[in-house]
Design a protein around this ligand. Sequence first.
Ligand SMILES: [Zn+2]
Length: 131
Amino acid sequence: MSDNCCDDFQLAVGDFLIRHRSVIDILTKYQEATARVNRAFAKAVTECGCLEIKAGRQNLPAEVEYSELKQYMSSHLSGEPCEHCKEIISAELGHSLFYMTALCNLLGLNVHDIMRQECNTVTTLGIYHLS
Ligand SMILES: [Zn+2]
């Protein structure tokens, strides 16, 4: 075991990547896994009901400081995921991470390095790095 869980996970994923070795399998499995995350979220709303989505246009005052932006932006989400939905959404996110990590393995990329780089980018540029 190394001192970071990303490396441990990446090694474990590598060991299990025998059946889905092709990049085509991994890319399509990754896409399927992310769709299942969305599906689990949707089911928490429409079947369980522990979460609700009430969406509308974001209403921002004309002159708003960046530091105050957060208090005006809505997630459009209300409620808390129940234990059951939390478990399912977590599992689907885990599967998604699995295939994302498998893609990294194919390309020789280190997941921990990517997370550290993204963390630096987010802390330096904030939300602007995604636009
Ligand atoms: Zn629920």
